[in-house]
Design a protein around this ligand. Structure first.
Ligand SMILES: CC(=O)SCCNC(=O)CCNC(=O)[C@H](O)C(C)(C)COP(=O)(O)OP(=O)(O)OC[C@H]1O[C@@H](n2cnc3c(N)ncnc32)[C@H](O)[C@@H]1OP(=O)(O)O
Ligand SMILES: CC(=O)C(=O)O
Length: 537
């Protein structure tokens, strides 16, 4: 068999991301509308097939999201629950909200365990199947791809296999494209998943079956792989494994396993290209930055420790051949090995990042070595360029000597005053004064804001002389602060997210012991990036 026919013989696996739906059920995580739009962009960068954007009708943000957001390539999916008993689909506001959302597909959850139907819904088993059938038929009639999440499927199958299977069959007969077998409580073992999916596959074609696994025994990824090996062809999961309770199957772990490991890479293909795979580490860390949390160092494939070694014996063997202590080359997933002898790997990483920004450098260019040292020195002080690509772009141009000098902030001052106003009410007034030099011209601006950073931002952008029109559509979307333990005292890291009229979003970073100055640095770089972008345009 030639390589081409071998590739053709591979079966397609479909990746369904539920970061914005099940992930939104994670304790401690609340997505804003802007967060949801940013996560969607990350998911499209990654190359998943389906993006489940949320639950229309459940809250205002999800309603807004489904009117304001679209996906480019992925199937945009709205979530909902099957219609309630005793009313028609047309009279069920929940079902209608899901069907009326602007989306390509609708995924409805229904209970496939007879025990759950009796206890949690309190309706007859037949009514539950009827609710499912009518909901799926309405979805198909609305011109949408229909998916059904079979809630409590594995527990339901263990206690009443006939009912669990009749639920699956009803969904398919009504026109569902996918029926997704859910380990809702997350307690099923991989051997049980393999056996049950094996049984289901005897009566339902695998290319209609999906798996949705929770991580309550730390085996969501193992359960997902067991299900794929036993026949399912759609995988549900989330970025970095967030989700209800202990989380969902982690797509960031599953994707490289499916793409690189024997038993999967040779049998299946996924919609993630090798270039997208090489972006995996960056996407995972950008998502953590968006959540305002430190990435887990020991995350498989993408953690900073995933390819790190401290042991001298390992380092010596690695210097001879990296495969001695690495299960896959880190660059395949965009990570880097972290050992004393790894200067080449660091450079390769930088070369890839520079290329993303249209900067081509030779591997022997001495400026690359200087940039690598600068990045490492700054990361040791608290900078993190994985989630701040625009700041990396500016840093690179600075080190390469190609950073234009648009404007210089000669000085700034912020003040916060708590006082009584004329009516005797207590008010807090914040003000910023900024002196900006553009060539020979000195401009001074004053602004009041909600707080010192807001005032500083407004003052900086109030009058940028000849550059004012070029930043007119610049908008600050988000502002995140994290206190880092720098070892010698607390350091503040500020991440600013900006966008402009073209819809492009970029991230800049500032680090300082002083939160205002860290914010100033991130704001200044955001404006500089925008000016460089407009210059290139
Ligand atoms: C396994 C999962 O993760 S499924 C996804 C779960 N996600 C969420 O629940 C997050 C968003 N949910 C919400 O905002 C709210 O729960 C809403 C808007 C959907 C519903 O709110 P409410 O109408 O106030 O109902 P509430 O949340 O209290 O209870 C759920 C109701 O749905 C019913 N229900 C649950 N699943 C289904 C189903 N598949 N089909 C029909 N009805 C169902 C329950 O019996 C209960 O009805 P009851 O109040 O008559 O007993
Ligand atoms: C649908 C879903 O989230 C579950 O069953 O866990």
């Amino acid at each position: 068999m030639t390589a081409q026919t071998a590739a053709q013989a591979k079966e397609r696996l479909y990746l369904f991301d539920t970061t914005l739906r099940d992930g939104a059920q994670t304790a401690g995580i609340e997505f804003s509308l802007e967060d949801k739009i940013s996560v969607t962009a990350l998911l499209e960068r990654l190359g998943v097939d389906y993006v489940e954007g949320g639950y229309p009708g459940a809250n205002v943000i999800d309603d807004q999201f489904f009117t304001e957001c679209r996906t480019r390539d992925a199937v945009f999916t709205a979530f909902g629950m099957t219609k309630r008993a005793g009313r028609s689909v047309g009279n069920d506001p929940g079902v209608q909200a899901t069907l009326n959302a602007v989306s390509d597909a609708a995924c409805f959850v229904g209970k496939s365990s007879s025990h759950q139907v009796k206890v949690a819904l309190g309706i007859s088993l037949e009514e539950n199947l009827e609710n499912l059938r009518e909901t799926v038929e309405a979805t198909v009639a609305a011109g949408k791809e229909a998916l059904v999440d079979c809630e409590h499927f594995f527990d339901g199958y263990k206690s009443d296999p006939d009912y669990a299977l009749s639920f699956v069959r009803t969904a398919l007969d009504a026109g569902a494209r996918w029926v997704v077998l859910c380990d809702t409580n997350g307690g099923t073992m991989p051997s049980e998943v393999a056996a049950i999916v094996g049984e289901v596959s005897k009566v339902v074609p695998g290319d209609h079956l999906g798996i949705h696994a929770h991580d309550d025994t730390g085996q969501a990824v193992a359960n997902t792989l067991a299900a794929v090996a036993a026949g399912v062809r759609q995988i549900q999961g989330t970025l970095n494994g967030i989700g209800e309770r202990c989380g969902n199957a982690n797509l960031i772990t599953l994707i490289p396993t499916l793409a690189l490991k024997p038993g999967f890479a040779d049998r299946f293909e996924i919609g993630v290209s090798s270039e997208q795979l090489a972006d995996l580490t960056s996407i995972s860390r950008a998502f953590d930055d968006l959540l305002n949390r430190a990435p887990a160092r020991q995350s498989p494939y993408v953690g900073t420790s995933a390819f790190a070694t401290k042991a001298g014996i390992h380092a010596s063997a690695l210097a001879k051949d990296f495969s001695t202590y690495e299960h896959v080359p880190p660059e395949l997933v965009g990570n880097e090995r972290n050992i004393m002898v790894s200067q080449q790997a660091g450079k390769s990483n930088l070369l890839a990042a520079l290329k993303r920004h249209g900067i081509e450098l030779g591997k022997d260019d001495p400026r690359l070595e200087r940039l690598l040292r600068t990045v490492k020195e700054r990361e040791a002080r608290g900078y993190s360029y994985d989630g701040a690509d625009a700041s990396f772009f500016i840093l690179a141009h600075g080190v390469l000597g190609t950073l234009p000098e648009f404007f210089d902030v000669e000085s700034y001052r912020t003040s916060v005053e708590r006082r009584h106003n004329a009516r005797g009410e207590q008010v807090v007034v914040t003000e910023a004064v900024v002196k900006i030099r553009i060539g020979d011209q000195l401009l001074m601006s004053v602004a009041e804001g909600n707080g010192p950073v807001n005032a500083l931002d407004l003052a900086m952008r109030k009058d940028l002389g000849v550059f004012s029109t070029r930043i007119a559509d610049l908008e600050l979307v988000d502002f995140k602060v994290r206190i880092l333990d720098g070892g010698t005292g607390a350091v503040t890291r500020v991440l600013v997210e900006s966008r402009d009229g073209t819809g492009e979003r970029w991230y800049t970073i500032g680090v300082n012991t002083n939160i205002i100055d860290a914010s100033f640095e991130a704001l200044y770089e955001s404006i500089t990036y925008k000016l460089m972008k407009s210059e290139a345009a």
